[in-house]
Design a protein around this ligand. Structure first.
Ligand code: C5P
Length: 236
């Protein structure tokens, strides 16, 4: 998957998804999340791949290692470029996910890259302390999950822009830092807590950005994508 912004296709049907994509050129990076996947099943991934899109299948697996392994084996056969788990599932679960992907990747194809969600971008410091009973800071928690993911052999993590720089220091520049919670300076946060602009993401060392509502909810989604892409790439 190249480094262009990944558009979160948070739609409730294939029809709405392809209507939306109509005004865009092919070859974009897109994200299929739970809503669209649960509605349409594997065919949505196959259709997007057939049309030349690179697909991040964002199903955030979190279960016992054996279940995650066998599920990843199935997902590997679907042709997604990037898939994910929750780091909170543990190192053994993440290693099992990789094993499943290796086993399920068809001969001659590349294994999908695997990243782990650290702390959701909708989570704030208070929730980490009061609900998860984690006594370190949110940033330390993200960093710990990043290191654990790297030890497990994963390709990177999902994190907010606010942790990207420290993750680069500890896990390296090449380790994927895929960051949702992206908003233009004048955009609303919605349910996200740890938000940042595309430019802040670039400067912090994010390797990829995921953008949903700032594009899908815009009056002119293509124009919004172009502005975000320009800011992300650092074009004047
Ligand atoms: O609309 P918005 O830009 O907030 O969409 C962000 C997308 O990224 C959503 O599809 C959400 O499920 C996903 N995501 C996230 N935070 C994570 C992992 C994925 O917001 N940690």
């Amino acid at each position: 998957m190249n480094t262009s912004p990944i558009i979160a296709l948070d739609f409730d049907s294939a029809e709405k998804t392809f209507d939306f994509l109509h005004s865009f050129d092919g070859g974009l990076n897109v994200k299929v999340g739970m809503q669209l996947y649960y509605k349409e099943g594997p065919s949505i991934v196959a259709r997007l791949k057939d049309q030349g899109y690179d697909v991040f299948l964002d199903l955030k697996l979190h279960d016992i290692p054996n279940t995650v392994k066998s599920s990843m084996e199935v997902l590997a056969g679907m042709g997604a470029n990037l898939v994910n788990v929750h780091a909170a599932g543990g190192k053994t679960m993440m290693e099992a996910a990789l094993e499943g992907l290796d086993k399920g990747t068809p001969m001659g194809k590349n294994r999908p890259s695997l990243i782990a969600v650290t702390q959701l971008t909708s989570t704030d410091e208070q929730q980490v302390r009061k609900e998860q009973l984690i006594e370190v800071s949110l940033q330390q928690s993200v960093l710990h999950y990043g290191q654990l993911s790297k030890e497990a052999g994963l390709d990177g993590v999902v994190c907010s822009v606010h942790e990207a720089a420290v993750l680069t220091d500890v896990c390296g520049k090449e380790f994927f830092k895929v960051t949702p919670g992206i908003r233009l300076a004048d955009g609303g946060a919605h349910d996200q807590k740890r938000i940042a602009t595309p430019e802040e993401a670039r400067l912090a060392g994010s390797t990829h950005i995921v953008v949903g509502r700032a594009i899908t909810g815009a009056n002119d989604p293509l124009a919004a994508y172009n502005i975000i892409n320009a800011q992300w790439k650092g074009a004047k």
